[in-house]
Design a protein around this ligand. Structure first.
Ligand code: ATP
Length: 616
């Protein structure tokens, strides 16, 4: 066995997973109380049908034997007239009625089950989305969290039929109880014999289910990688690079290596299961025939009637099937319930960044501005500080530019301002109060950020802009005004359906845009937002120098009276800011106006000259 082979969770863990069933049922109940009640009622009715039908079958046979043994009417007509067969006729009619009812109930159960599962899928999906929405950005950037989320999502959706399984289980238990009651009336040992013979196969089933779960659990990361490989091997976003770099064979091999590992481990489990379970199931068959012999012997000696023989052998046959099914599905139910751990586990994750109970409202307008006071921050799981001893001000009404080389900490400052992360050292204040004192939702509403890796949504052009302030998505004048300010109106004018054109290449009716055109749409989101602090974090890299200059110029003019933060590597754009902050290695290296910074030796002048040289 390879050293990292999954260990089988022990039986107690498996039984412990059954504790998930009540909260799961509570979820089902919450999702659809009426349907749940209907389901239980239908299942209970179905549960007692088999024993009732078999018992009536026994009565019919006993009647037939009794009537055929006594001398009486010759023809069917005589039988009818004599009234001797009345009981028999009623019994047959009853049996027929039950058979019809059983069929109808079966269909109703399937119908209610389909509706119930659908409702549950919707309910759980919404709860997953709601919960994920409240979690920290740090969680989403953490790979082990991604595995957990992935398991919760996929495994839980795969567990929806569990509701049917639990209900079936309930029905079967009631059926078994009714059959067992019948058997016990004849001889209690018959039931004991059955149960004892089935226990080994129950334990076997449980063991193998636990192993399969352990394998799936341990390989969640692999599976995510496999999905990822499959995705990059065949999507519109990646097709260009995959072809040009000839990546297909490499992706394929990588996929195969991961898939084979899982296949081999899974095959080993399946093989063992095959051999062990064959032996254990044979034990159950032996017990069944032992009991059958006993019943035949008793009927031959006259202790049991022919009707009894039919009822007992019928009961026995059904009970054996039922118990076997019940035990294995109980064990598989426990196995399925283990997957619910992932779901409940996910729901226990709580965000570290949240509003305090006594959070204060964000000032409107902001009077002084934001201030970083000796702020230090490290990304979770990283040794190096992304920013350290950072002290800077963003004054109300000011346009500030952040410059610095790759990795200098520019984007990190923006994330800290929006409280996507909290600092590890020092503090950030807004009008003198710690950011953590303010209501988080209000704070985020007061800030508009367009990141360099903004999302290209596969929705209409209008909706792509409205995303900046989604509550106002019906406000077409506001959308068109934002588009004009961001120069996106020219892009939209060229689209066949204008603002209602679906963009992006994910859907057939979507029309893809150039990098710069996407950026203009994204920048329009900033105007849509109308926030007190507006940040453009390099979403202009794909614009040509003139377009970026124009975008920034407008941005500065149109954000008068607010705080505007620009991040760019182009000095031609940066120079228009009221103040430029030069970052280096996560610290403020220098700051001032363009002229001031050029007038003294330093990083800014050095970088400026480097860029200027490129244009000479
Ligand atoms: N999500 C993350 N997890 C871990 N480390 C990160 C993460 N994002 C950034 N870093 C690290 O933090 C440091 C600062 O990154 P930041 O993104 O703030 O730089 P930047 O100045 O915006 O760079 P660029 O000009 O390339 O956009 C870098 O060393 C980077 O590797």
């Amino acid at each position: 066995m390879p050293p990292d082979a999954p260990k089988s969770p022990d039986f107690s863990a498996r039984w412990a997973a059954l504790r998930n069933i009540p909260p799961f049922l509570a979820m089902v109940w919450r999702a659809a109380p009426g349907l749940t009640l209907a389901m239980v009622a239908l299942r209970l009715m179905r549960a007692v049908m088999p024993v009732a039908m078999l018992w009536i079958g026994k009565l019919i046979i006993d009647q037939v034997v009794a009537l055929s043994g006594t001398p009486g009417p010759e023809t069917l007509r005589d039988w009818w007239d004599s009234g001797l067969a009345d009981t028999l006729i009623w019994l047959v009619a009853l049996e027929l009625g039950l058979a019809v009812a059983q069929d109808v109930l079966g269909r109703l159960v399937a119908y209610v089950d389909a509706l119930l599962q659908e409702k549950l899928v919707i309910d759980i999906s919404i709860r997953l989305m709601d919960h994920a929405a409240g979690l920290d950005l740090a969680s989403f950037e953490d790979a082990s969290f991604q595995d957990r989320l992935d398991r919760a999502r996929r495994q839980t959706m795969g567990r929806i039929p569990l509701v049917n399984q639990v209900m079936q289980q309930l029905q079967d238990v009631v059926t078994v109880a009714s059959f067992a009651a019948g058997l016990i009336l004849y001889n209690p040992w018959l039931v004991v014999l059955l149960a004892v013979a089935l226990i080994p196969s129950l334990l076997g089933e449980m063991h193998f289910n636990a192993r399969s779960y352990a394998l799936n659990h341990a390989r969640a990361a692999d599976r995510r990688e496999r999905d990822y490989l499959r995705m990059i091997a065949a999507t519109s976003e990646t097709a260009k690079e995959v072809k040009i770099f000839g990546l297909s064979p490499w992706l394929r091999d990588r996929y195969l290596t991961l898939a084979r590992r899982f296949y081999v481990e899974n095959r080993a489990i399946q093989r063992r299961q095959l051999s062990v379970m064959a032996v254990l199931t044979a034990l159950g068959t032996l017990a069944y025939y032992a009991a059958f012999l006993w019943i035949i012997a008793r009927t031959l000696t006259g202790t049991l009637t022919l009707g009894d023989l039919t009822f007992l052998s019928g009961s026995f046959l059904r009970l054996r099937g039922l118990l076997e099914g019940l035990l294995s599905s109980f064990s598989s139910m426990a196995g399925q319930a283990m997957y619910l751990d992932d779901l409940f586990d996910f729901f226990t994750a709580v965000p570290a960044i949240a509003s305090k109970p006594d959070a204060i409202p964000v000032p409107v307008p902001i009077r002084q501005g934001f201030r970083f006071e000796d702020v230090g921050f490290r990304y979770p799981g990283r040794e190096a500080w992304a920013v350290r001893h950072m002290t800077l001000d963003l004054h109300a009404g000011e346009t500030v530019a952040l410059v610095g080389e790759n990795g200098a900490g520019k984007t990190t400052i923006v994330k800290l301002l929006a409280r996507l992360y909290d600092p590890d050292e020092g503090r950030i204040t807004l009008d003198g109060r710690d950011l953590r004192d303010y209501d988080l939702e209000e704070l985020r509403a007061a800030i508009g950020v367009i990141f360099q890796d903004f999302v290209r949504y596969a929705v209409t052009a209008a909706e792509n802009i409205a995303i900046g302030r989604i509550d106002e998505r019906e406000d077409r004048p506001r959308i068109t005004a934002s588009a004009e300010r961001a120069l996106a109106d020219q892009v939209i004018a060229k689209l066949p359906l204008g603002y209602d054109q679906m963009v992006g290449k994910r859907f057939a009716r979507g029309l893809d845009l150039s990098g710069g055109e996407w950026q203009k749409l994204a920048i329009a989101r900033a105007y849509m937002r109308d926030a007190q602090l507006l940040v453009l974090d390099e979403p202009t890299a794909a614009l040509d120098a003139r377009a970026e200059y124009e975008v920034f110029q407008r941005f500065r003019d149109l954000t008068q009276g607010r705080i505007a933060l620009l991040i760019s590597h182009r000095f031609s754009s940066v120079r228009m800011a009221d103040r430029i902050i030069v970052l280096e290695g996560g610290r403020v290296q220098d700051q001032g106006t363009h002229q001031e910074l050029l007038s003294r030796p330093g990083r800014y002048r050095e970088l400026f000259e480097l860029q200027a040289q490129g244009y000479r």
